[in-house]
Every structure is written in structure tokens, then in C-alpha cells.
Design a binder for this molecule. Structure first.
Ligand SMILES: Cc1cc2nc3c(=O)[nH]c(=O)nc-3n(C[C@H](O)[C@H](O)[C@H](O)COP(=O)(O)OP(=O)(O)OC[C@H]3O[C@@H](n4cnc5c(N)ncnc54)[C@H](O)[C@@H]3O)c2cc1C
Length: 405
């Protein structure tokens, strides 16, 4: 079967690898002219890593991943440790170590494994038409291509999503919702004055957070959240100025982090948006996947992992059902849309709690961190993973009698 995928992000590229491995002829189109991912790194939790293992990339992903053994929360003002604990139970319970990977490295790995010869860059999808079992895609330069199946992995502002929900015929336009904060992120050399080299260290206060996670190559991935309205102007030439203003007088570790950031080398700023869960992901022989279907705020680090779960579910349904492509896609939608919605809502809840939209709730969370022995946080992390379709391969081994959700 000929498959067109729109979008060479983590969702599209991983789906491309899976569908090629099933023997399909796959071509990926992307509007970008070069591989330049937004965002410096990603936490790949056990569910995401397992899908990559299933795609035959276990060794490569392990080589890209930083060694994250422990986790700690610190008071942002004083630097006092609120809690510190081992993340080993996540690996023991799920069967797979999570990894933090540089986004560009993962993206390059996926695109190369898929095959650069079958990726067409600089191709923006502007039209979709179905005629019986044939789907025709039209691109901004006027060119067209046809396929038996089209996967829209075209991100949070998806064009394919509008086709699937039938916007042109009066169907719902799925809009994104502002999550209420801006995220700065990048890569820096590891400096243990910020936190130990093998630890996910997070400084919290005032609904803001400064976090570092270890990535391969002696680097920290840093991400820093500032609650603020959407649309606050920012010019790249400002560099870290907004961070200096937001974190003046914070703990010495935060000072070192801000001093270590090289805006020329690695500093991204992104407003965080998500979409309300919706359950129409398929129309005929067109399906959406990844952020196009479930744009998730990064508060539980599950957006890309969820896209990888889509890839797994899509490939399994296409490989095992034989009624029709349309039927397989509806099964994919049924397996995925409620699970993905759960993660979107979990991320939203976490976003509310951490960013002081309700200051009392955030203060209560800070207070709880002081008494946290790790078990509550581990339960939350594993709870995000326990329902993953990839867990067919052994599942989650939780402590006896404990409901991991
Ligand atoms: C700050 C931040 C931190 C994050 N951290 C994590 C994390 O730690 N862990 C995690 O799992 N997730 C994380 N996420 C979420 C994760 O980045 C996304 O869920 C994931 O990248 C989505 O992949 P995708 O392939 O679906 O979409 P995208 O990566 O958005 O790719 C879509 C592609 O489609 C192309 N495209 C769009 N429109 C068209 C068109 N009309 N024609 C042709 N091509 C088109 C784009 O150029 C793009 O390359 C984070 C997100 C943010 C913003």
C-alpha cells in the first residue's frame, strides 16, 4: 500500500519507520526546509522508549539518553532540598529506563532510519481530497501526490485535522488553548553547582520552575517556566533578560544556571498551548497522529511519548485487521483517543498545580514536597505509563495492592 505522511516530526518519522517495516511504500512530506526542531530536548518516559525499542532503535536511543538516576526538588529562593529520591522504581516497575535525549539527535536518528531519500522537505500541504480509496494531497507549489492512506502528523496547528473533522463542511474547528506560561529551554554543559550530573533537579517558587535533566555528551537540558499571559513580546536579541528579571535573587544554583546559558548556542522560548481532547481522528483513509490529534502541554513530559504510542497502535491495527484500511483506522482511533485525552488532562492538571494559577494549591504542593519520600511522585510518573498500549510486552509491575493510577 502507498502511504503519505505529512510531517517529519517524532510522530511522522516514527510512523514512517513502522509502516515501512510492515512493507508499505511510504513517503513523508514536511514544510520545513531543514531539520531544525523547536525545543532542545525531550524526556522519553518508559512508554516512549519502549516504542522506539520496538522500532529497532534500542541501542541508539540508549546511547543518546542521559543517565538520570535521581530526582530532587529544591526551594527556588534558598536552594534548600525539599525532597530527593531514586528514580530506579520507575525502571523496575515499567521494565524500561527513561531517557532524556537532545531533540535534534532523536529527530536525526528517526529521519535517517526512515530514509532521507523518501522525505520531501519544503512541501507544505494545502489541500486534501478523497476519491473512493484514493487520497490526493496538494502542496503549496501546486504539486500533488496520491496514496491509499494519508497520515496527518502535522503538529499542533494541523491542516489534516481540519480535513478529518470536516471544517469545510461545517464540522468543528479544533482550537488550541493557552496553558498560561512561557517555557525557555536549551542545552548547557553540566555544572554540578546547579545539580548532580545524574539527577533531575528542579528549583520551585512563586509558580515558576527551573529544571535541569542530564542528556548524553555531558550536557544538561534546562527548562524554565514563567507564568504570564500569551503574546508577551520577545526578541531573540533579548537573550536571557526575561529570565534575569523573573529569577532575580533566586538560589545560587539558579544563578549558575542563568550564567551558563549561552543564548547564541542554545536558547528557545515557546508559549505553551494544548488542545481540548476530541475523538474524531479519522476520516475515510486519512488519520491524524501526534500533536495533530492530542497537542499536550509538556507538564508530564508525555506529548512525544503519546505520539510514539500512536505509531505503535496504528501499526498494530494495520498489521492485524483485514476488513479494510478504513476499518483499521477506526480501530486505531478507538484504541488511542481516550488514552491520549487522559494524558492531555493529566498534563493540564499538573500545569495548574505547578504554576500557581491557584496560589493555595501550589503552596500545598510545595508543602507536600517537603514530606515527599518519592513514592507519590513515582506513582504519578508510572501512572502516566500504566495504560500505554505498548505495555502488552510485560506491563507494569506495581507494588502489591497499590493502584498506580
Ligand atoms: C517546551 C516543550 C517541551 C516538551 N517536552 C516534552 C517531553 O519532555 N517529553 C515528551 O514526550 N514530549 C514533550 N513535548 C511535546 C513534544 O514536543 C510533541 O508532542 C512532539 O514533538 C509532537 O510531535 P509531532 O511529530 O506530532 O509534531 P511536530 O513535532 O510538531 O511535527 C509536525 C511536523 O509537521 C510539519 N507540518 C506542519 N504543518 C504542515 C503542512 N501543512 N505541510 C507539511 N508539513 C507540515 C512541521 O513542519 C513539523 O515538522 C514538549 C513540547 C514542548 C513545546
Amino acid at each position: 500500500m502507498k502511504v503519505i505522511i505529512i510531517g517529519a516530526g517524532i510522530g511522522g518519522a516514527s510512523a514512517g519507520i513502522a509502516l515501512k517495516r510492515l512493507g508499505h511504500e511510504v513517503v513523508i512530506y514536511d514544510q520545513m526546509t531543514e531539520n531544525k526542531p523547536v525545543g532542545a530536548a525531550l524526556s522519553l518516559w518508559s512508554n516512549g522508549v519502549k516504542v522506539l525499542n520496538w522500532l529497532g532503535l534500542a541501542d541508539e536511543v540508549a546511547a543518546l539518553g542521559g543517565r538520570m538516576d535521581d530526582m530532587a526538588y529544591l526551594d527556588g529562593h534558598t536552594g534548600e532540598t525539599l525532597c530527593r529520591f531514586s528514580l530506579a522504581p520507575v525502571t523496575e516497575q515499567t521494565g524500561q529506563r527513561p531517557y532524556i535525549v537532545a531533540r535534534a539527535d532523536l529527530q536525526t536518528l528517526l529521519m535517517q532510519r526512515f530514509g532521507m531519500d523518501d522525505i520531501r522537505l519544503g512541501a507544505r500541504l494545502v489541500g486534501l481530497i478523497a476519491n473512493g480509496a484514493i487520497v490526493t494531497a496538494t502542496f503549496a507549489d501546486g504539486s500533488t501526490d496520491t496514496a491509499d492512506l494519508l497520515i496527518g502528523a502535522d503538529g499542533g496547528r494541523s491542516f489534516a485535522r481540519d480535513y478529518v473533522t470536516g471544517v469545510a463542511e461545517g464540522g468543528p474547528k479544533i482550537e488550541r488553548t493557552y496553558a498560561g506560561y512561557t517555557n525557555f529551554n536549551g542545552l548547557i554543559p553540566i555544572d554540578e553547582a546547579i545539580g548532580p550530573a545524574n539527577q533531575w533537579t528542579t528549583y520551585v517558587a512563586e509558580g515558576k520552575r527551573c529544571s535541569v535533566m542530564p542528556v548524553a555528551g555531558g550536557r544538561f537540558y534546562f527548562f524554565i517556566d514563567i507564568p504570564q499571559p500569551a503574546g508577551v513580546p520577545y526578541d531573540r536579541a533579548e537573550g536571557t533578560q526575561p529570565l534575569e528579571a523573573a529569577f532575580a535573587g533566586w538560589a545560587p544554583g539558579v544563578r549558575v544556571l542563568l550564567d551558563t546559558i549561552d543564548p547564541e548556542a542554545s536558547l528557545n522560548r515557546v508559549e505553551i498551548w494544548d488542545v481540548d481532547p476530541f475523538h474524531t481522528w479519522v476520516r475515510g483513509r486519512v488519520a491524524i497522529l501526534g500533536d495533530a490529534a492530542h497537542n499536550t502541554s509538556p507538564d508530564i513530559g508525555q506529548g512525544a511519548c503519546s505520539a510514539l504510542e500512536d505509531t505503535f497502535a496504528l501499526a498494530i491495527t494495520l498489521a492485524t485487521n483485514t476488513i479494510s484500511v478504513e476499518d483499521s483506522l477506526l480501530r486505531y482511533q478507538r484504541i488511542r483517543s481516550h488514552r491520549a485525552a487522559d494524558l492531555v488532562l493529566r498534563a493540564r492538571k499538573r500545569c495548574q498545580e505547578t504554576h500557581a494559577f491557584d496560589p493555595e494549591a501550589t503552596q500545598a504542593w510545595y508543602d507536600r514536597l517537603r514530606t515527599e519520600d518519592g513514592s507519590g511522585i513515582i506513582r504519578g510518573i508510572v501512572g502516566n505509563i500504566v495504560e500505554s498500549p505498548i505495555n502488552l510486552g510485560g506491563g507494569v509491575l506495581g507494588p502489591e495492592g497499590v493502584d498506580l493510577r
